[in-house]
Write a protein that binds this ligand. Structure first.
Ligand code: PLP
Length: 467
């Protein structure tokens, strides 16, 4: 296959993509595949001779789409969304065509500078302070790991990078029990150890209790441990819990600790000023991550980390060996690899640029506002069903419900919902109870798509004692 063939097949792929998206509502949302079924359809070894692209494409169509869960399906209400607006897909096609490795300004001046401008656009759109700068990572997991490594090095006066952690006191990191597992992963990978991620108790609002944070830090200092920082969440994954940032950050600051806010999902909603009360105090944070690749429409992967001052992160992650230096750099340039963990970087800013321009902030806000309103309407409808009850009310567009007759009934109901295929929901456990999660956030969903959840529930509960 050469570039002339690529032209032909790209057109075929674009036509296929159009048909795929147009037909999504006819497909079950979640893959109905059995484990091992796809692998069984592939040969055990790679072909020795080239195969015609007709055959490769035919196999793709025959094997792949039916064995995929359709994340762009308008009735995908599971996990969090991973939206891919058409403008984002177009930008990815162009970035793919150039296939640039954007590790240095010199290797990708336009990518670097568009990234800088996009960080500014998003900072302003989210209402963050003008002084914040930032970068794009592959994932919130990587952004959080970068922040935790920076906390560690700052607390150790950069001795960890130089000499390792042996002989150092126990390093302690603080977060509530509502944070995503990526925080646990960061504590493990940064060499702190899971046991040194202190899960601070939450109050009735599921926010970290600032007094409990203060007490935990004091107890650790008294025991000779070294507190390094505090992770706060806005829109936690399980039920959308948010820490009260202002008082928690105030405690951290009094203690000389830096803070990182994980708003991976909910951050997108901050483009709507009326929702910003859930992150009141964010202007005082040192680091904030949000994922345009969740709710904004900029497809995976694209995670933005804002930094009040990038110097400590650059000192932690940045290395500049001879072979990465830019000769004759007579003006200030930014080499974004020094802000992040991997050296290699994709041109992720292009899809942000396309999405922000193609839909405009107002177009994106309208979507978010619709999702939040439809989520409330749906929760009310489900709360009115005799067999069901709301476990946690909508946090933005995420709520949970359960069967009144207990976990086994809830679990069975969820299985039947997903076997039905019209919608896709997932589960969590809240206060020890199995709860079915509903998040509304798919880029192309309509009110009718959202209300299909209620219709499916009504159909499945017909005939049950409590219908
Ligand atoms: N933080 C929160 C609140 C999340 O919900 C998730 C994923 O859903 C993550 C972090 C991890 O995101 P990523 O897949 O970008 O690492």
């Amino acid at each position: 296959m050469n570039h002339d063939d690529l032209r032909k097949w790209s057109k075929r792929a674009a036509d296929w993509a159009h048909g795929y998206h147009a037909g999504l509502r006819e497909r079950p949302v979640r893959a109905q595949a059995q484990p091992g079924a796809t692998a069984a359809r592939l040969p055990a070894t790679a072909p020795e001779a080239p195969e015609p692209m007709e055959r490769v494409m035919a196999d793709f169509e025959a094997i792949v789409p039916d064995a995929m869960t359709h994340w762009q399906h308008p009735r995908f209400f599971a996990y969090f969304p991973s939206n891919a607006a058409p403008a984002s897909m177009l930008a990815e096609q162009l970035a793919n065509a150039m296939a640039a490795q954007c590790m240095l300004w010199q290797t990708s001046p336009a990518a670097t500078e568009i990234e800088q401008v996009m960080i500014g656009w998003l900072r302003d759109a989210l209402g963050l302070p003008e002084g914040f700068t930032g970068t794009i990572h592959d994932s919130a997991t990587t952004a959080t790991l970068s922040a935790v490594l920076t906390m560690r090095e700052r607390a150790l006066d950069w001795a960890g990078n130089a000499a390792g952690l042996s002989g150092q006191p126990r390093l302690r990191l603080y977060a509530s029990d509502q944070v995503h597992s990526s925080i646990d992963k960061a504590a493990r990978i940064a060499g702190l150890g899971q046991d040194n991620l202190v899960k601070v108790p939450t109050d009735a609002d599921l926010s970290m209790d600032p007094e409990a944070l203060e007490a935990a830090i004091a107890a650790d200092r008294a025991a000779g441990h070294l507190p390094i920082g505090v992770i706060l969440c806005v829109g936690g994954t399980s039920v959308g819990a948010s820490d009260r940032l202002a008082p928690c950050i105030a405690v951290a600051r009094r203690e000389g600790l830096t803070t990182h806010v994980d708003a991976a999902w909910a951050g997108t909603a901050m483009i709507c000023p009326e929702f910003r009360d859930i992150w009141d105090g964010v202007a005082q944070a040192d680091s904030v991550v949000f994922n345009p690749h969740k709710w904004l429409g900029v497809q995976f992967d694209c995670s933005v980390q804002f930094l009040a001052d990038p110097a400590a992160q650059l000192r932690t992650l940045g290395l500049r060996p001879d072979y990465l230096q830019t000769l004759d750099a007579d003006t200030a340039i930014t080499d974004f690899n020094e802000w992040t963990i991997p050296l290699g970087r994709r041109f992720r800013a292009l899809k942000l640029w396309f999405v922000l321009r193609a839909y405009g902030l107002e177009g994106l806000r309208t979507r978010i506002r619709n999702h939040v309103a439809w989520s409330s309407e749906l929760a009310e409808r489900i709360g009115g069903m005799e067999a069901l009850e709301i476990v946690t009310p909508p946090a933005l567009s995420l709520f949970t419900f359960a069967h009144r007759d207990g976990d086994a009934m809830s679990e069975d109901l969820l299985k039947r919902i997903n076997d039905d295929g019209r919608v896709y929901l997932t589960q969590t456990r809240h206060a020890g109870r199995f709860a079915i999660r509903v998040q509304i956030g798919q880029f192309d969903c309509t009110r009718e798509d959202v209300m299909t959840v209620a219709e499916v529930l009504e159909d499945l509960l017909v005939g049950s004692d409590r219908a």
